[in-house]
Design a protein around this ligand. Structure first.
Ligand code: NAP
Length: 299
């Protein structure tokens, strides 16, 4: 059994910033990295809106630098996923190890939302369905792909894919993009992009690989030939292990007062509690605030 001052669950932007602040406050935090060390940012291309990088910065580089900085300050990292937790007693079970902590920062982030339509699960991974253009886009050189969604993520995926692909369809269920104007304008003015408005995917088809998508526009159903399908329809907060222990909203986002929860010594930061902003910089800001709160709690 391990005893800690502060355990930080999650190693995305929020967790790493919390680690930098907590380590600098001499708390020697233990960061449990989770199933995707570095969080969602490692799947992002150029981040243009993180202050301090006028030319933008690659997501992977940004989180790698944060991690180096946290380690340099004295944060400790361990790989693994938290399987069980008792928030009231502050006991974390990570891959068989029992860790008791005086305080905990939850920074578990969020994971991509799935469509839950036929073919999606069967063809996921190397067979043509993906949630990450940065990871898989290069496999679709001179091919035709479909992106589903209407937010900034979908637009970012579309723009990235036009670098490799011959043609990119963007399928959106409404007649207006949710994305910011600058992102939407880039997509709509790209000659490789064709918008399919008011359209929903019904089935992803193909034997061993994606060959086409069954779609519905209004009352009309048809097949759309494509080699890949990229899902960019938002995220689900990774909060299942905290269910029934902490207050969440109907979609699973942890309810907080700032970064505080109703449980003393339990703080929350980043996408697992932020349904509104979900930016790298806001997650980092919350991580810093959670560490400051934790330090005050511990002292
Ligand atoms: P989002 O803004 O929630 O957009 C999700 C999109 O998917 C919406 O257009 C939604 O349609 C659609 N959608 C949801 N469920 C669907 C379903 N079952 N079938 C079909 N379509 C579905 O998510 P996001 O694009 O991932 O962005 C999340 C946050 O990160 C936002 O705050 C965004 O600004 C930010 N972000 C910023 C950047 C950047 O600045 N570089 C890049 C990426 C993300 P409706 O519009 O009809 O709801």
């Amino acid at each position: 059994m391990g005893f800690e001052n502060l355990v930080i669950i999650g190693s995305g932007c929020a967790g790493l910033t919390a680690a930098i602040y907590a380590a600098r406050a001499d708390l020697s935090p233990l960061v449990i990295e989770g199933d995707q060390p570095g969080g969602q940012l490692i799947r992002t291309t150029n981040i243009e809106n993180f202050p301090g990088f006028p030319e933008g910065i690659n997501g992977f580089d940004l989180v790698s630098n944060m991690r180096i900085q946290a380690e340099k300050m004295g944060a400790r990292f361990r790989s693994g996923v938290v399987g069980r937790i008792d928030l009231a007693k502050k006991i974390v079970i990570c891959e068989g190890d029992r860790i008791e902590s005086k305080a905990i920062i939850i920074a578990t982030g969020a994971s991509p939302r799935m469509l839950n339509i036929p073919g999606e699960e069967e063809l996921f991974g190397g067979k043509g369905v993906s949630t990450c253009a940065t990871c898989d886009g290069t496999f679709y050189k001179n091919k035709t792909v479909v992106v589903i969604g209407g937010g900034d993520s979908a637009c970012e995926e579309v723009n990235f894919l036009t670098r490799f692909c011959a043609k990119v369809y963007l399928i959106h269920r409404r007649d207006q993009l949710r994305a910011s104007k600058i992102m939407a304008d880039r997509v709509l003015s790209n000659p490789k992009v064709e918008m399919l408005w008011n359209t929903v995917p019904l089935k992803i088809c193909g034997e061993k690989k994606v060959t086409h998508l069954r779609i519905k526009t209004g009352d009309e159903e048809r097949n759309l030939s494509c080699d890949g399908v990229f899902l960019a329809i938002g995220h689900i907060p990774s909060t299942k292990i905290f269910e029934n222990q902490i207050e969440c909203d109907s979609e699973g986002y942890i309810l907080t007062d700032g970064v505080n929860t109703k449980i003393p010594g339990i703080f929350v930061a980043g996408d697992c509690c932020d349904r509104h902003y979900r930016q790298a910089i806001t997650a980092a800001g919350m991580g810093a605030a959670a560490a400051i709160r934790a330090e005050r709690y511990l002292s």
